[in-house]
Design a protein around this ligand. Structure first.
Ligand SMILES: *Cc1c(COP(=O)(O)O)cnc(C)c1O
Length: 389
């Protein structure tokens, strides 16, 4: 066998043995929460399309029109010729929703984080990251060459002690965290973090991929703590979750956005988003701003489920049911699939070792009867098994 293939096979066998080999299952998504796998219709409780806007007639029509007008791709980096006119409108809308002077759209959320952190922090600087921050935020921190220290999840005392220990030796300090944690569904304590950042002359950045469109009246986690916006210097997010399309963004002050246009390598050296994606996102954001009943539905559905399943009230549309071992999480997922529900098992390294789980996400498109039946299954057949492990 060629050495490279042998290398790959050995690695795959090791992953298989640890229950960590991943396979791509073909899934066809339909309207609402419907999905089909292996020719079988299922109700999906694992999409991040919280408002079902990927299937919204207006979003699709606007995207189709942009496709016909501007073509299928943007043809170059935005700094060359890829900056078609839709970007300015999209960025203005994002800035308005996020309450900032400016915004910048990237190719994806992952690319945004890989570009933002290294543009703002480098050798001699300090990045403090919540331990459960999304993988791409951690990758951005690693790429920056700053000193990276990880604080325990949502542990303000630990963050304060790391600031006390290391802030003095660093030129600049950037604190990074998810606004809404993608695998746990809880929120970062942003008011306290913003106060700590201010006290220690540090900058605060949130990855709000799961906040926009679903918490804080649709404006994201900075708006989820009462009437006043929490002062977060850098609000990053994605257009691929509640917005239903594809792309990433940063909302921040005008000078910061201007700097990133010159310094974020994933913006400078990567092709601009296809025009249809920008147009669809713009139409989706208009719906998010104008339809408050739509925006509150996912968390309301999650709350109904938690009440019926006997779980603590959720802070977002994401409800984790932590099971522990990989194989037990896979078995729980299979049990639900046999009952007609698609809920994928999330395993390490996406989540910490020993915390494989079902990650159940709720959307505006879920039917009450399906939520009730899923809650009953989880309460009667999954939670008792976890307790018995
Ligand atoms: C999905 C996600 C991303 C990546 O966004 P994409 O647009 O899918 O690349 C970044 N951060 C968090 C917290 C996410 O959940």
């Amino acid at each position: 066998m060629p050495p490279l293939d042998e290398f790959a096979r050995t690695k795959l066998a090791a992953l298989e043995a640890r229950g960590q080999r991943r396979l791509l299952a073909e899934t066809a998504r339909g309207p609402g929460a419907s999905a089909a796998r292996g020719g079988r219709g299922l109700v999906s409780f694992c999409c991040n399309d919280y408002l079902n806007l990927s299937q919204h007639p207006r979003v699709k029509a606007v995207a189709a029109e942009a496709l016909a007008t501007y073509g299928a791709g943007s043809g170059a980096s935005r700094l060359v010729t890829g900056n078609h006119p839709l970007f300015a409108a999209l960025e203005a809308r994002l800035a308005a929703i996020k309450g900032t002077d400016a915004a910048l759209v990237f190719g994806s959320g992952y690319l945004a984080n890989l570009g933002i952190v290294p543009a703002l922090a480098g050798a001699g600087d300090l990045v403090l990251a919540d331990a459960l921050s999304h993988a791409c935020l951690m990758s951005g921190a690693a790429l920056s060459r700053a000193r990276v220290e990880v604080f325990r999840h949502n542990d303000l005392d630990h963050l304060a002690s790391l600031l006390g220990a290391h802030r003095g030796t660093a030129r600049h300090c950037l604190i990074v965290t998810d606004g809404v944690f993608s695998m746990d569904g809880d929120l970062a304590p942003l008011p306290e973090m913003a106060a700590l950042a201010r006290a220690h002359d540090a900058w605060l950045m949130t990855d709000d991929a799961h906040g926009l469109g679903v918490v804080g009246g649709g404006r994201g986690s900075s708006y989820a703590f009462g009437p006043d916006k929490v002062p977060v210097d850098l609000q990053m997010g994605t257009l691929s979750k509640a917005v239903g399309g594809y792309g990433g963004y940063l909302a921040a002050s005008a000078p910061v956005i201007d700097l990133l246009k010159s310094r974020a390598r994933t913006l400078v050296y990567s092709t601009g988003l296809p025009p249809a994606s920008a147009a669809g996102a713009l139409a989706a954001l208009e719906l998010i701003e104008s339809d408050s009943a739509l925006v509150t539905a996912p968390v309301a559905n999650a709350a109904l489920f938690c009440r019926l399943a006997g779980l603590p009230a959720p802070e977002s549309p994401i409800v984790p049911v932590v099971i522990g071992p990989e194989d037990a999480a896979l078995a729980a997922s299979k049990l639900l699939e046999d009952e007609g529900f698609l809920v994928t098992a999330i395993r390490p390294p996406t989540v910490p070792a020993g915390t494989a789980r079902l990650r159940i996400t709720f959307t505006a498109g879920h039917e009450r009867a399906d939520i009730e039946r899923l809650a009953e299954l989880v309460r009667r057949r999954i939670i008792p098994r976890v307790a018995a492990e």
